[in-house]
Design a protein. Structure first.
Length: 309
């Protein structure tokens, strides 16, 4: 295992009867990073994560989590791992403080109780019963339960599902704080903006194989080197009159749009053209592809390349 690796996977395979859920997957997650594992339903995410957590056996391949084969992980190894499931659970009659104190008793070297409450952002709810917490507050409690053992690696499965925008932002702050503590976070999410905001690196899985891996801003997919320029056509101006006119098209919102790998040059020509005519380019936007754009293109490309069954 590499010195900087929290997770190493080489040639992982898992089948259920004739169905190959994971097909020769290889992955490296560094210590201290937030790593997002993305993919559509049925792509093999859950199977892979359950193997990493030691809850499911594999058919082939090498796996090391914190230097240990999860299939042979003992109690000491499990104490170094925190897990936040998509649907957690806690006794509704206990308070937040009592719940975390109970969980702390399961670990040999737990994090201080009050410190964990603060890390989870539950100071004002510490003595409230779990049954009275909102959905977002319960999710914070589940993060606190994962943190109380002072783990080195934390698995977060869809941590903000069902959250309102305010609660999601608060959860993002908590997750970002885990990186500041030097923890490794393995995040699965269907929210692509969440992965783009939080992750140092991402991997996209489709059909049991990795189709892309890297920093969110560096992922390459079809057309991802292009920047889109859009603006409302000035009154009385036709597309054909614009500089670089053959590259512009009218979008569904009525704006002129162009995708280009040379946005600086196009913008310079466009602004010079507008300045000479004394017109404003209303609703002007310059947009790089988001992680969601790249994800959709890569998943669609993987579908197109998949052999017919």
């Amino acid at each position: 295992m590499a010195d900087d690796a929290a997770i190493e996977i080489d040639g992982l395979r898992k089948s259920y009867g004739p169905f190959q859920a994971v097909r020769g997957l290889s992955l490296h997650v560094r210590q201290g990073e937030v790593f997002a594992f993305l993919g559509p339903n049925g792509a093999g995410k859950t199977t892979t994560v359950e193997i990493l957590e030691g809850f499911r056996t594999r058919d082939a391949g090498e796996v090391r989590v914190l230097g240990v084969d999860p299939a042979r992980g003992d109690r000491a190894w499990r104490a170094r791992i925190g897990i936040v499931l998509q649907e957690g659970g806690a006794q509704s009659e206990l308070t937040v403080r009592e719940t975390l104190a109970l969980w702390a008793a399961y670990y040999p070297h737990p994090r201080p109780l009050q410190e964990t409450i603060e890390l989870a952002g539950l100071q004002e709810k510490a003595d409230d019963r779990v049954g009275r917490l909102s959905g977002g507050q319960r999710r914070r409690l589940e993060v606190g339960q994962a943190l109380i053992g002072d783990p080195d690696l934390i698995f977060l499965d869809e941590p903000t599902t069902g959250f309102d925008p305010v609660a999601r932002r608060a959860a993002w702050k908590v997750i970002g704080g885990l990186r500041d503590l030097g923890k490794t976070v393995f995040l699965t999410t269907h929210y692509l903006d969440e992965a783009q905001e939080l992750a140092d690196r991402v991997a996209i899985i489709k059909g049991g194989v990795i189709v892309a891996e890297g920093a969110p801003q560096d992922l390459a997919g079809p057309g991802t080197q292009e920047t889109e320029i859009a603006f409302a056509l000035p009154a009385g101006v036709q597309l054909a009159a614009l500089p670089g006119a053959p590259g512009f098209a009218l979008g569904h919102d009525g704006r002129a749009r162009m995708r280009t790998e040379m946005p600086t040059r196009v913008l310079a020509e466009l602004c010079a053209w507008a300045g000479e005519r004394g017109v404003e380019l209303e609703r002007l936007e310059v947009m790089r592809p988001t992680l969601e754009d790249v994800y959709l293109e890569l998943v669609d490309a993987a579908d197109a390349e998949a052999p017919a069954s």
